[in-house]
Write a protein of this length. Structure first.
Length: 139
């Protein structure tokens, strides 16, 4: 038999699960944003009893909303998505189980970055996500 402590430790080390169902996104986007940055809004929190059936099992859940209105090119949306999931994966072991949705709320200025997937854009996105997610335990 596996103890509860071992199960909790294993779930803390497991990578965040990606949200796939519209109902999961809707449940978290109904809540007010936990934090906002210049380009992103972070919705969510600890899964409560009301959301128990939406987020089965212990662990972290991460969803990403990237409207084409704010990121026209697919290469940019893919870059943002990969950065968000990488940051969530790095943050997961240091946080209690959370269900989070990161939503793009404004466009990155196209004239500021040389290409849709430039190194400069990558660095800017990573810095902003770090600031947004690192302060999560204080929110």
């Amino acid at each position: 038999m596996v103890s509860e402590r071992a199960t909790a430790a294993a779930s803390a080390l497991a990578p965040p699960q990606h949200m796939r169902e519209r109902s999961q996104f809707d449940a978290l986007l109904r809540r007010p944003p936990l934090r906002k940055s210049a380009h992103f809004a972070l919705h969510g929190g600890a899964p409560d009893a009301a959301c128990g059936e939406l987020f089965p099992g212990p662990g972290h859940w991460v969803g990403v909303v990237l409207p084409k209105r704010w990121a026209r090119r697919a290469v940019t949306r893919n870059l943002l998505r990969r950065q968000i999931y990488a940051m969530a994966h790095a943050l997961a072991p240091s946080q209690p189980p959370l269900a989070l949705v990161v939503r793009l709320r404004s466009a990155f200025a196209p004239g500021q970055f040389p290409s849709a997937a430039s190194l400069a854009l990558r660095r800017c996105v990573r810095a902003e996500l770090q600031q947004l997610l690192q302060g999560l335990h204080r929110a």
